[in-house]
Design a protein around this ligand. Sequence first.
Ligand code: ADP
Length: 315
Amino acid sequence: MKGDIPMGTIGINFKNIQHQYRTKDVLRGVSFHADPSSITFLAGENGAGKTTLIKVALGLISPKAGNALFDGQSVGEIREKISCVFDEPPVYPNESGLDNLKFLSGIHSLDRKWSQEVCAMLKLDEGLLKQKAKALSLGQRHRLAVAAALLRKPKYLFLDEPSIGLDPPSWQLVQIALKQMTARGCAILITGQNYDAIENLADNIAILQSGKIIFSGPIVKLVQAFPVYVRIVTDDHREIAVQFPEAEPDSSGIYRIVCESGEQARAVIDQVRRSTLNFQELSTEKASMGKMVTDIYKDGFQSEKRGLTYESVQN
Ligand code: ADP
């Protein structure tokens, strides 16, 4: 037990959520959890049901079955501790940045110290806050929306496709702010398809496919389950074919040997070094998170093959 909250229910706990639009089953029993002090990436192809799931969690739609609990409590009980930022955050175009912060956060008398801290984190300076929102760039408007969400000092934060259309410097600032929030204990759930942008940010991943979670757990665990490649750049095509027939060239002529583990990759690297093969570059390589997730979409999860266990909370 942690305080009076039963173990396994801390953070955001999605339990067997089912939802239908007319006759279309979109969520078919979604169960997983988003831990406090961490960022969970909800991955899923377009139309997988990510936004629907967030709407269920926020109490905007009633599911056919299941629910989302926040440290064991329903959304109605802890609504003021939740913040949410949607991909194209609405702003009041004719109001100043500062007034937008007040309207969007729902806080009319801002905590001065915290609002200064949040605005500094997101580089929203006085000049910018005085401007009408319609004069701001998309990146500035998005940072404004994130700031408004943070001003509520949320314990639970949802961001739907936060990196879409954001300029890299704005996304960088948003990422730093999100990390700061996890340091304060916040449970953050981010959706998206921009795996490259989220790979180094999130701690955990939940993959939604065909209305179900097919994997949830630490990203490092997912990474360990995928092969490591030994990458060899060489012009010695004849020799590599003789000595390392398992090496496959890609379309630009770079060879790769698939290894089951980092240990095996190191052994192969030693073997190549000791061989008579002339090479220009020799290194190990891991697939990107995007490649791993798209492989899972394509081939199915194949948990036995990957040696992974399904970690979602089932009840
Ligand atoms: P994602 O966020 O993963 O792209 P959504 O949750 O937006 O997915 O949508 C999941 C599926 O439900 C999609 O096929 C979408 O067209 C459908 N859908 C979403 N909202 C509605 C709605 N209000 N009425 C009917 N179908 C909807």
